[in-house]
Design a protein around this ligand. Structure first.
Ligand code: ADP
Length: 242
């Protein structure tokens, strides 16, 4: 982008698996406080892009610049300290631990770590924040799928992220949970949280995203406000499979 001071800038990002180029020269940027939707058909490279930005995978080429600092190739634990947090497509809560313990575990690894009494107080506030208030002592194993998603979000927020990456966080929710989930992300936006979301739920993208980047075959094929981008012929064709 041409924005002089994006929170995150990705430039010429590339990653191949053998002969398959999953991300092929991807460039975009995210402004502070923006919600950017990363869209595209299955196999277009969205999860690989999130993995490259969050340090789960190292890029073959390209730059990932967080607040002016080159972070491409840093491992995930370094990036979480620098303020990049994410949720995963398959929820990764720790079922043997209590809700509080799940969040406290996250609090140790973030930008603003906390331990002991302070960690427990912050965990309680984060659980409240995601709609799981008063349930700190319950084991994560009793949670519904929708509540597991909320707990995973609390763990990501425990890192005090500058940038929150959501990988299909709304997928698989029932209609009531979906409305609650959209409201929760909207409330994060109102607090100034910067979010990059991979999402297939187009109603959520229309309601939440300031801008979208649409990928196809590892490349960006369209970028702009959701209403404009989702009406573009190239985007419709990509979703329809040519
Ligand atoms: P999306 O998230 O848009 O569905 P992915 O990033 O998961 O797309 O995948 C992009 C392409 O890269 C797909 O063709 C997929 O099969 C391939 N791919 C992703 N991860 C791996 C991997 N670890 N090894 C080999 N191929 C992979």
């Amino acid at each position: 982008g041409t924005d002089p001071s994006p929170l995150l800038r990705v430039e010429g990002l590339r990653r191949a698996f053998g002969g398959l180029v999953a991300v092929d020269g991807l460039s975009f940027s995210i402004r502070p406080g923006e919600i950017l939707g990363l869209l595209g058909p299955n196999g277009s490279g969205k999860t690989t892009a999130l993995n490259l930005i969050s340090g789960v995978l190292a890029p073959d080429a390209g730059r990932v610049v967080l607040e002016g600092r080159e972070v491409a190739g840093l491992p995930a634990h370094r990036l979480s300290r620098l303020g990049i947090a994410r949720t995963f497509q398959l929820v990764r809560v720790l079922p043997g631990l209590s809700l509080e313990e799940n969040v406290v575990a996250g609090l140790a690894f973030g930008r603003d770590p906390a331990w002991g009494t302070e960690a427990r107080a912050r965990a309680a506030a984060l659980l409240e924040r995601v709609g799981l208030g008063g349930r700190a002592a319950q084991p994560a194993s009793v949670l519904t799928y929708g509540d597991q998603k909320r707990l995973e979000l609390a763990r990501a927020l425990a890192l005090s992220p500058r940038l929150l990456l959501l990988d299909e966080w709304l997928a698989g929710l029932n209609p009531t949970e979906l409305r609650g989930g959209i409201d929760l992300i909207a409330s994060l936006r109102d607090e100034g949280c910067t979010v990059l979301m991979v999402e297939h739920v187009m109603d959520a993208i229309r309601a939440l995203a300031d801008r979208c980047v649409v990928m196809n075959a590892g490349r960006s094929i369209a970028e702009g406000p959701p209403a404009e981008v989702l009406a573009e012929r190239a985007v419709i064709q990509a979703y329809l499979g040519e």
